[in-house]
Design a protein around this ligand. Structure first.
Ligand code: HPA
Length: 249
């Protein structure tokens, strides 16, 4: 049976609609996750919630201990992860508050502990990452988006950048040429670590700003905050429906 975990991103350090049962601090051989895991119920389904940036949003994207986060979820038996992410919109249809269920990734991050292989594990394996997101989690999110009546883009290329600074306009132009449609700072190595552990992983992204250089008005951090706030309800609806939709394998 599927055991679902949700990783909350910026603006989602709490999971709206989650009935909390208990918190659990898990220690892994890679250290502690960003915060205690919250076990609870969402729309009648047991879920485990983890706030990627910590309970008080104090851990920047490049400092997140992705290996500890993923290993902690693995240790409590998570089989499926829905990752939530606030992103910038690069493609013309990725306007503020657009929900995107991405289907591809380009990784521009560097210097992050990005694999479980090579130090504490003896065995060495490659992973197939042709399709970086799990078809069953994506399918669940797409179905959920539809039944929740929340407009969403059914595919997109998530460009993962290092942060914590936002990108330059030229970097975004390059990313657009590369084929990126959205840009965020946490999509990698989260997705590939999940694959290494055999956890089905998908992403529900909310566009909270036009990517740098894409808006005539420039970047306004108050607008970003407002867009995060305004998008939470759509994400909450999709998650509630996702619990009903379940996963086809
Ligand atoms: N760039 C990178 N990450 C982001 C952005 C952005 O414009 N907006 C939200 N997360």
């Amino acid at each position: 049976m599927a055991k679902i975990a949700i990783i909350g991103g910026t603006g989602l350090t709490n999971m709206p609609g989650l009935t909390v049962k208990y918190r659990e601090m898990v220690k892994t051989i890679y250290g502690a996750p960003s915060c205690p895991l919250i076990h609870g119920e969402l729309n009648g389904t047991e879920v485990t919630f983890l706030a990627r940036h910590g309970r008080r949003h104090t851990i920047p994207p490049h400092m997140v201990n992705y290996r500890a986060n993923l290993m902690a979820l693995h240790e409590v038996g998570a089989t499926h992860i829905i990752a939530l992410a606030a992103v910038g919109g690069i493609a013309d249809d990725c306007l503020d508050k657009t929900i995107v269920i991405p289907d591809q990734i380009i990784d521009y991050t560097y210097g992050r502990a990005h694999t479980f292989h090579g130090d504490k594990h003896d065995k060495f394996d490659h992973i197939d990452f042709t399709e970086p997101y799990s078809a069953s989690v994506r399918g669940c999110l797409l179905k959920a988006g539809q039944s929740a009546g929340v407009p969403h883009l059914t595919e997109g290329v998530y460009g993962a950048t290092q942060g914590p600074r936002l990108e330059t306009a030229a970097e975004i132009t390059r990313m657009e040429r590369d084929g990126c449609t959205i840009v965020g700072m946490t999509g990698m190595p989260e997705a590939s670590l999940a694959r290494e552990l055999g956890i089905e992983y998908g992403c529900c992204a909310m566009v909270v700003n036009r990517a740098p250089g894409k808006a005539a008005t420039g970047i306004d951090f108050r607008d970003i905050e407002q867009n995060v706030h305004d998008s939470i309800d759509a994400v909450r609806k999709i998650l509630a429906e996702a619990m009903v939709a379940g996963f086809e394998s």
